[in-house]
Design a protein around this ligand. Structure first.
Ligand code: MSP
Length: 643
């Protein structure tokens, strides 16, 4: 059987960031996993180079569009090469064969009666390269996906009869409940389709940077809509519309995509394929978004994580491990150096690295670096059974794209290995004339490590090669079959010392990301326009959801047994004063607060602090020099609103 795995093709309007790296790492891991299992696997990645957005970015950079696309596309390809990504083809949508394939597909759709010419009048978001009907716009103007302002476009266009495929799509989702993975994402797609599909404008006349219409259509004014062009890459890469020798890989097993482009892959793409009479991909794997230290990454905040920078500092395979272990597939993930360092130190260095070093050390000391498995079954049948149970659980986890569970489960092997050394203490047995038993324990752990290295190979290909080399075997489909499937023991190991694989990391190795700056005051519209890049910006209405008021402190006392808290009674102009418990004891003496004014968040849900109700919060600012309360410049009546 063959397998076909893809990443999205990346827009060439900026360099790769950690989100791109994540999709590419999962897809690469999956491809390597399938190859390990002996599947004939084709792994595709590449760049998406047409459309108004790229044309505008090139113009801004003052470069001819093709030259600009060439340069950025090369940065992706070079990075993946440097990272050892095992793609079989790197497609570019400006490749001649691709463009011919797109034209061919268009002709097939025309022949099928799925394309008609009409006028399009609507709103277009250049950033998302998407049309939106008026009803979906925010405040009648802004893109519902990215918040940027849309352009009103009225132009002649060819339309694809998307509406015709509504029922067929719904039937497909129903008959194939794991078409969209994770399943939790399926509902949003199904509801979107149930809400009614409008025919899709699939050509543009307002710019020219796109695939030309097929000669048979003879309509030079139009170029193809970038998403029609881009999605077709998954089949043109296999030769669709040209030399179709590789079309045997179709349908794809998994298209990996970010959740933001799920709709294109789970609705438009299957409809296009139905029109072309091609089978649908088996799964669309939609992953979540990565933030940095809890914040959305954006160029304007200067907190975009560059995968190259991280890989240079921590090693690309550690990064692969971290990203795949850290988040359940489909959920959002956070990149923080702290979390990354913790996993390197505890899971890679302690659990795996130390176990390997102990086995190398013991084999040197007890048996001249030769490990013989002859007595493993005799003394360790129980541990072997445990090990085999773990091995048997792994395949389903990876095939379900649950890389975090896969790695969590795989790590149980190291727990078994570390546990058995602790329990059987081979160094004691060596002294007590129980040499066979001691060596059997060492051999058991060497066998566990060998299996773990095989199963970790798709995630950490180079590191596991070094481990396998140290244990004197090779990781390939034959050893996978023998050790993992048939559960045979490796009879003899000729151990070699390995270089330190996971040096402990004591300090963050990269400069920390700048903290989000407070938002500069901007007009509401401007804020909206840039909200894709500055997602921490809020609407003015959101700000006014907070009720801020001037308060006068009437009473203040210390909270017994608390180092931090003071209990205040604050007049907010209501009949009775509010009780507010505030963490300011280290900075203010109660007596100094009475009769002074403060700024209060007045509509916070009441909360209990050390058993006392607190019905508000004081505004304060804190830095290295301590904390100070925010107060009105002149006295104001208690209860005066702030804003
Ligand atoms: N060109 C289209 C895809 C066409 S596929 C036929 C595109 N390109 S993109 O460069 O904007 O995005 C590529 C992928 O990166 C998307 O899957 C997107 O979800 C992903 N990510 C972009 N930012 C991301 C994060 N911060 N975190 C995780 N993935 C993110 O869309």
């Amino acid at each position: 059987m063959s397998k076909y795995i893809t990443t999205p093709i990346y827009y060439v309007n900026g360099e790769a960031h950690i989100g791109h790296a994540y999709t590419t790492f999962i897809a690469d891991t999956m491809a390597r996993y399938e190859r390990l299992k002996g599947e004939d696997t084709f792994f595709l990645t590449g760049t998406d180079e047409h459309g108004q957005k790229i044309e505008e970015s090139a113009a801004k950079a003052g470069k001819p569009t093709q030259e600009f696309a060439d340069e950025i596309s090369a940065t992706f390809k070079n990075l993946w090469d440097e990272f050892g990504i095992s793609y079989d083809k790197f497609i570019r949508t400006t490749d001649e064969e691709h463009m011919r394939g797109v034209q061919k597909a268009f002709e097939v759709m025309v022949a099928k009666g799925d394309i008609y010419k009409d006028f399009y009048e609507g709103h277009y978001c250049v950033s998302c390269e998407t049309f939106f009907p008026e009803t979906q716009l925010v405040d009648g103007e802004f893109c519902p996906d990215c918040g940027r302002s849309t352009n009103v476009v009225k132009e002649e266009s060819y339309f694809f009869k998307l509406s015709k495929y509504e029922d067929k799509l719904l039937k497909h989702y129903e008959a194939n409940p794991d078409f969209i993975m994770p399943k939790s994402r399926a509902n949003e797609v199904i509801n979107f389709v149930k809400g009614g599909l409008r025919d899709l404008s699939v050509t543009r006349t307002s710019f020219s940077w796109g695939v030309k219409m097929p000669a048979s259509i003879n309509d030079d004014k139009h170029v193809m809509y970038v998403w029609l062009d881009a999605l077709l890459n998954y089949v043109t890469a296999l030769g669709y519309g040209g030399d179709e020798a590789k079309m045997n890989y179709w349908p794809a097993d998994v298209h990996f995509v970010g959740k933001d482009i799920l709709r294109f892959h789970a609705i438009y793409w299957p409809a296009f394929l139905m029109s072309l009479d091609l089978p649908l991909p088996k799964h669309i794997g939609a992953h979540g978004w990565w933030t940095r230290d809890g914040e959305k990454m954006s160029k304007s905040k200067g907190n975009v994580v560059s995968p190259k920078e991280v890989a240079d500092a921590y090693g690309v395979e550690n990064l692969r491990y971290f990203m795949l272990r850290e988040v359940p597939f489909g959920q959002d993930g956070d990149f923080s150096q702290r979390a990354f360092i913790d996993r390197i130190n505890s899971e890679l260095s302690n659990d795996l690295g130390n176990l390997l070093n102990r086995i190398i050390g013991m084999s040197g000391k007890y048996s001249d670096f030769v490990i013989d498995s002859k007595d493993v079954e005799k003394y360790h049948a129980k541990e072997l059974a445990k090990m085999n149970k773990v091995l048997d659980s792994l395949d389903a986890l990876m095939e379900n794209l649950q890389t975090h569970r896969y790695l969590e489960e795989l790590w149980k092997l190291f727990a078994i290995g570390n546990g058995v050394i602790q329990e059987y203490a081979p160094w004691v047995k060596m002294k007590n004339n129980q040499e066979d038993e001691a060596l059997a324990t060492v051999a058991l752990v060497a066998n566990i490590l060998a299996r773990a290295a095989i199963m970790l190979h798709p995630v950490m290909p180079e590191t596991t090669k070094i481990i396998a080399d140290g244990l004197s075997f090779e990781i390939n489909n034959a050893s996978y079959k023998e050790l993992v499937i048939d559960k045979k023991l490796l009879k003899l190991f000729n151990i070699k010392k390995v270089p330190p694989l996971f040096p402990r990391v004591e300090e963050p190795l990269m400069v920390e990301a700048p903290k989000a700056k407070p938002n500069p005051p901007k007009e509401e519209k401007k804020a909206k326009e840039s909200s894709k890049e500055d997602d921490n910006l809020i609407e003015i209405g959101q700000f006014f959801e907070t009720s801020l008021k001037i308060g006068t402190v009437i009473e203040a006392e210390e909270v017994p047994k608390s180092k931090k808290l003071l209990k205040l009674q604050v007049d907010l102009g209501d009949e009775t004063p509010r009780q507010i418990v505030a963490g300011i004891k280290e900075f203010y003496a109660p007596a100094d607060l009475v009769d002074t004014q403060v700024c209060v968040v007045a509509n916070l849900k009441p909360a209990k602090l050390m058993g006392m109700m607190s019905e508000g919060m004081l505004l304060a600012a804190k830095d290295e020099d301590g904390l100070c309360l925010i107060r009105p410049e002149k006295p104001k009546k208690a209860g005066t609103p702030i804003g």
